[in-house]
Ligand binder design. Structure first.
Ligand SMILES: Cc1cc2nc3c(=O)[nH]c(=O)nc-3n(C[C@H](O)[C@H](O)[C@H](O)COP(=O)(O)O)c2cc1C
Length: 341
């Protein structure tokens, strides 16, 4: 593959400025390894931090790549979950040096309690933020990479009240970092699913992009085939951000976060009655659980962002990354050619 280099690729020995988002229960070892082999950063979705899942999937990633590509493997965790159980993070940082994650990404909570331990292990700290107000904690923690997540993103992110769109959040954070922490790298997250999005992220001042939904729909993803089929038939209009699926799944997410997924039948049934759902969730939960058990995605959740409207197939991760990189290069070249005319 013809590489596309930025400060991020130089710092992490990558061929393309793409990082696989650590997507809980989707970014397993096979997907992270495929991304690392393709020259991107492969972050296993430690997600809720379950130790056996993390051990199995991270070990699979290590076993699936050559030694050189191990340097492109890392892990992501949901920070407020680590406050309850940090054992998966501890396990990964205690691995032999050549197996330790090159990077640990923390999202949704205060990264400072975990930063010294991560730094001592030699792993780099990446912090996903949704607002400028979260930057000071991330920089105080010594984050080498800030991931600026807009509300377009699939999965958890900031609520409509608190959240920001990728298109304005990224350049504003880029300006802030240029003034206060110029060595700190910046990735854009939320809505980057093709070469246009990657080129736009770079134009907005990011050093690369963290890609979730696009790589969720790939051969190596752990996403259920029925969920992927539902996503491939959907458009960007078909997702919504709310607390519905967190309530149905008994996930106690703290404010200011909620969850973007396909706005399926069960979501529509409850989206205007969130308080009722919170106080009397039993029937809706039974409906949801039956949907999960039978693979009925009009009731079970399908976790994707607005970028789902740009996703029409589920090829191997290598192909996804190659297409995005080549297209971004071509678009950046085309834009620079405008200057000559
Ligand atoms: C299926 C799915 C699961 C996710 N799980 C996590 C997670 O466990 N931890 C996390 O930090 N972010 C998670 N995210 C959010 C991603 O880190 C990232 O911000 C998002 O995918 C970027 O937007 P995009 O989906 O438009 O590419 C998830 C996203 C998706 C689509």
């Amino acid at each position: 593959m013809t590489p596309l280099h930025t400060r991020f690729t130089h710092a992490f020995c990558l061929d393309t400025p793409i990082a696989l988002a650590p997507m809980a229960l989707a970014s397993g070892g096979a997907l992270a390894a495929a991304c690392a082999r393709a020259g991107a950063l492969g972050l296993v979705g430690g997600g809720y931090g379950e130790l056996p899942w993390t051990q199995r999937e991270y070990q699979l990633a290590l076993d699936s790549v050559a030694l050189e590509a191990r340097k492109r493997l890392g892990l992501g965790f949901i920070t407020w979950k680590l406050d309850e159980d940090p054992s998966a993070l501890e396990w990964s940082l205690n691995l032999p040096a050549d197996q330790r994650p090159i990077a640990v990404m923390l999202s949704f909570g205060d990264p400072r309690p975990y930063a010294p331990r991560i730094a001592r292990s030699g792993a780099r700290l990446m912090c996903q933020v949704q607002r400028l107000t979260q930057l000071d904690h991330a920089l105080e923690a010594g984050a080498q990479v800030i991931v600026a997540q807009g509300t377009e993103a699939g999965g958890h992110g900031a609520t409509a009240l608190e959240g920001r769109a990728t298109f304005t959040l990224v350049p504003e954070i880029a300006d802030y970092l240029a003034r206060h922490a110029p060595q700190t790298l910046l990735l854009a997250a939320g809505g980057v699913a093709d070469g246009r999005g990657l080129a736009a992220a770079l134009s907005l001042g990011a050093d690369g992009a963290l890609v979730g939904s696009r790589l969720w729909a790939s051969t190596e993803s752990l996403a259920a085939p029925g969920a992927v089929a539902a996503a491939l038939a959907a458009r960007g209009d078909d997702t919504a951000r709310s607390a519905v699926f967190d309530i149905l799944r008994r996930k106690n997410w703290p404010p200011p976060y909620d969850f973007r997924a396909l706005r399926n039948g069960l979501h529509r049934q409850w989206e205007h009655r969130i308080d009722d759902l919170r106080s009397h969730p039993q029937d809706a939960r039974a409906d949801y659980e039956a949907g999960v058990a039978t693979g009925d995605f009009s009731r079970a959740h399908v976790t994707v962002g607005e970028a789902v409207g740009l996703v029409s197939d589920a090829p191997g991760a290598h192909e996804v990354i190659e297409r995005m990189t080549l297209d971004a290069r071509a678009r950046l070249l085309k834009m620079s050619a405008l200057l000559g005319s």
